[in-house]
Design a protein. Sequence first.
Length: 329
Amino acid sequence: MQARGIADGAALGATGWPLRRVALCCLAGLLGAWLAPAAIADVTVYAAGDIAECQDADPAASPAAQTARLISDGAPVLVLGDAAYPLADRATLEACYGPTWGRFRSSTYAVPGNHDYVAGSASDFLAYFGARNGRRTYFRAPLGDWWLIGLDSELADRALARQQAWLDRELAAIAGDGRCVIALWHRALFSTGLHRGDGARMKPAWAALDAAGADLVLSGHEHFYEAFEPLDADGAARAAGIREFVVGTGGARLRDLSWSARHRAFAREYGVLELRLERDRYYWTFRTSGGEVRDQGEAPCRRAAQPVKRTAAATRATISSIRVAATGP
């Protein structure tokens, strides 16, 4: 039986066509798989800002410890600035943030807030969180089948212009790839509380993200939770705009001052925003430290409807390989 198998194989090689047809089928299958978007598992992420405040409490008994219990081990965590109070220097991060949200450090993406800059420097923040951020305060990273874009809303003047130029290049690089986009920075462009208007410098970033089809912007700074219907960069309601969540409820002292009711949802309670990100949809739940659900919903992702962009040169090269396999050299 073994000798017959070897002989059959030799005969196939002698005629050529059977093996080439097999190669054609295999390569055609590979081309189809390459042209189709790769399926990546859905991901659940947890987000909040304004987190660890331990001056008057043992970290284990602090509100930050309570919100940390809402997070699943190993899940991605998004820190929306102001990780520790009064200033996020190395000692405070280790002593106050570390025993609470610090256990998720290896799966955390963080952007800095005003309390994360110590004497004008974010060096302690970057030393603590920077390994996943490329040791810089703004970054792009894959998050399941989505792109995560973190920006620094503390920058001004030339540094802010450099960040905007970087963002424009990054959005151009991922144009048409079909992956949804979530962005985060600390100072909310839109909010109704004490810090309303503090994020005005981020308007160009919002406009660029909106033009690129981004779906979500997450911020903190206001010490409460509020959510808005999709908006454009001028704050006008638009079905195809970006949905903003302000989640300054990670553990720092809450504030209840809200100057208007233009938000869709509002809560003055400690809690965490849970997001389930699928390839073409997202689901949100704001859950309080006591386990109550104060806001939830779902929406389709704008960019998932875009065709996946492949380079013409790569496609021609693959088709050429299939032709060679079918006809021989």
